[in-house]
Unconditional design. Structure first.
Lengths: 500, 500
């Protein structure tokens, strides 16, 4: 094999993997945005064939041969090709550590367990889900043992989602957050509540769609490469940097829900749309980690989209679309309403201030489950106790409690902390950005291009050609990660808002 | 190899081919209904990988081995498996007759030529398309020579789309049609035109969507397995019998356009939804021929949807959705308006009476092109002359003339006659159906279930497990195909409508 043959094979393999990924993503997008409801069976057949074919591509004996050959000649190939080789070898080595039949059995377990969770949530029936969750946790622990026998299994999964963040670090991170946020929430709770009732008038969907289009324009998103579809739970899916899909859900009785979901998903989309051209159709395309991804979406949703300047800019436009609904409302009222903080049961509906407490509940429970300090059957009671402790809320049933998220049923353990990290990254990025850009003035004029350019230059263009810690360091101009930026941001914002 | 191993391999192969077909269809549906506009490149990469993988599956040496083994043991396997083997061997033998590099070159030619056609149509530039069309025709002739050297090339392609219908038969068929239809159009032309102006008032899209839902319900289509998306040119795409997609295009200034496109595509959908369960995920799933497919769509669109009884049933509903637009309009006026006949330039917008003349223009020209009696550069003039001769119309430019259809650019030669055959099949099916069902009374009550059941029993459930001629014979209860039914139907309907 010559180097050029091996490089050709590397490129072909990645393009094939991209193609199967693209096809499976489109099947998913179609399923949740367009497909008739009773069509899962035929889609399942197709996904089965495509994922088997994709698995075979990766495990063909010619693949490690090519990869190790290129690693041996790493100095003779481009840095980018070298990084591709490293990433594919890492994946290959992980995959080859797990016996094939165990790997398949785990996939099947996760499929089943996710389905069982769906039903259990709908029927408020934790007991039916419990035996599956037990198996999922056991299989995560077993897998971590194969992949990294030297590590604590929960740390392994935490680092899978955000490199560098083990329980040791996260315990500190979350306690810093808790120390500042809990008293803040308590103080806010003493204040007279903000009136946000006008957000819940009747807002016709067609006009909300026009608002989405306007928001996408403000976010400088090229609609030739990014569409908005409608679905139950909003998400972003990138097929490649030239084809990114965001989704939203319009509620006629809630204008802020879709408005902020579009800005949030728009932040994810900007990350993908800004990826380097040379990364496309390779394993290095796409965002580098969940935490960095979430930093982009939360940056635009909260730091920009819920800022006073942005509301000054955008409110006249919203009012023009909804003159009756917002008659007599001022920009200041709207600003206060979209920032209203109030403890609530459901994570994905939580406000900016209370959000991280929802994450802490999950993090605490995952830790105890992995360490064997908590049995699955005790989980609902433990959940309810922590919701009481952290948020002061009584959980009425498991559907609105421990069963609300899909993550655990799908095997996504150690994933939740990335949401909180993303918010904290975003606050620090904002602080660093302020040193070279007048963020408030730009935002108040609706001129987001320089802000997006700043992020593209330091984050977006690298795709996953740099690991999360490298990207973060670039974005923070070498400064170490410090959650104080985030807690300061929250304290400043909510103290002013509630006159504390 | 044992029989049971070979049957297992047969099933696996077909499920894999189904999966690739499903994925490629979803990519297509997404492209024309949902994808952002500038995303063709990334989709092209994926389609290239998937079609190559699908081609490799079919051409793997183990495939003919399995197929010929099963053919040798045909008496020991089920009739259905035997038919699958026959069909796959037929495809395999065709494929193996064409040198691989020539096959690939033809695919590339067709891709390019279809793109060139798109641009040429938009820019009214036949000259840019002509050299590609020359190559397409030459390649069709060469391919026919590989596949069936003993046949006339045009006959080969005609029979590819509708078995049994060579030029010899079609010449007779079309001259029978012409003989009756041309004088009828002339007579209608002498009558005072029908007033259909109320169809072109402002019909809000949202209410048109409600009309579509109502029509789907009348057609007994289970929406759990069939959705309506919106696109430029309406079409139906089946992924499997449990997942069928129809599309439509809403024009705010034309209520009949989408109404009849939904009924037309609904007819196609019923065919697919009615396929046998045992055929799913095999090569025998899906309609058996273009002509039979079109017979189902035109049956519902015209024989049912444009009948006096159906209008009596549906008009009150349409009027309820559009009370202002249809104020003072009676069911009889609506019936006359949706059946108005008038020669026009564009095939896909033609009315029921003049439609077949558009097909005849294309059939005549294809014959001459394949026989070398007409050069591609003479095609626009020949087109315009025939439009004058058959429809009495002056063609203003090639965009509204010879460039209007995508078929030729995509290599679909010998395809158009199936549209006319489908209409003629439908008229004869209606006559046979009338012997056991009171079609008019059922239609006037909106009770289409017995009519659909009749078609399902004789046509739909066979998928493509029976060839078109067998299916037609079953549907016609053994009676030979006779286009007189169709011409009689048209003469009766239009004589009554225009009081001839």
């Amino acid at each position: 094999m010559t180097i050029s043959e091996a490089l050709q094979k590397l490129e072909t393999l990645q393009k094939q993997l991209y193609a199967y990924g693209h096809a499976m993503s489109i099947l998913y997008i179609d399923a949740v945005t367009a497909a008739p409801p009773d069509t899962a069976a035929g889609r399942g057949e197709t996904l089965g064939v495509l994922s088997a074919a994709s698995y075979q591509l990766k495990t063909d004996p010619s693949v490690p041969e090519m990869l190790f050959f290129l690693r041996d000649h790493r100095s003779e190939i481009s840095d980018l090709a070298g990084r591709q080789v490293d990433k594919l070898i890492e994946e290959y080595e992980k995959m080859s550590k797990v016996p094939m039949d165990e790997y398949v059995a785990i996939q099947q377990l996760l499929n089943t367990s996710e389905n069982v969770w769906h039903k259990a949530k709908a029927e408020n029936d934790f007991a039916s889900f419990a035996p599956y969750l037990e198996k999922v946790i056991a299989s995560r622990i077993r897998l971590a043992g194969y992949y990294a026998p030297e590590k604590d299994p929960y740390d392994y999964w935490l680092e899978e989602h955000e490199k560098g963040f083990t329980t040791e670090k996260l315990d500190v991170f979350f306690s810093q957050l808790r120390e500042k946020i809990v008293p803040l929430i308590r103080a806010v709770g003493q204040c007279p509540p903000i009136d946000d009732s006008f957000l819940f008038h009747c807002y016709p969907v067609e006009a909300q769609r026009q608002l989405s289009d306007a928001l996408m324009k403000i976010l400088c998103i090229d609609r030739g490469h990014c569409s908005i579809a409608e679905t139950e739970h909003p998400f972003t899916c990138e097929l490649n940097k030239y084809d990114v899909r965001i989704t939203t859900h319009y509620y006629e009785d809630n204008v802020a829900s879709s408005m902020y979901s579009v800005i949030h998903e728009g932040g994810h989309a900007l990350y993908e749309l800004g990826g380097g051209d040379a990364l496309q159709y390779t394993c290095l395309a796409g965002g580098t980690s969940m935490g960095i991804h979430e930093s982009q979406s939360r940056f635009f949703e909260n730091m920009i989209g819920r800022s006073r300047g942005f509301i000054d800019f955008v409110f006249p436009l919203v009012q023009e679309l909804f003159p009756q609904q917002l008659a007599g409302v001022e920009a200041e009222d709207f600003y206060r309403a979209v920032n209203k903080a109030q403890p609530s049961l459901i994570r994905i509906e939580a406000d900016e201030l209370t959000y991280c407490l929802h994450i802490m509940v999950r993090y605490e429970l995952e830790k105890r489950l992995f360490r064997g300090e908590l049995a699955v059957k005790e989980l609902p009671a433990a959940w309810n106790a922590l919701m009481q402790e952290y948020l002061g809320l009584e959980v009425p049933d498991d559907t609105h409690g421990v069963l609300q998220d899909s993550h655990w049923g799908g095997g996504m353990m150690g994933y939740f902390p990335s949401y909180a990290l993303g918010s904290a990254y975003a606050a620090q990025m904002l602080a660093v950005m302020r040193r070279s850009l007048d963020v408030d003035a730009l935002t108040a004029r609706g001129e987001l291009a320089p802000i997006i350019g700043w992020l593209r230059e330091r984050i977006h263009r690298y795709g996953s050609a740099r690991k999360a810690d490298e990207v973060l360091s670039l974005a923070l101009e070498g400064e170490p990660f410090d959650p104080t930026y985030y807690t300061d941001y929250l304290v400043d914002k909510y103290s002013a808002l509630y006159g504390l």
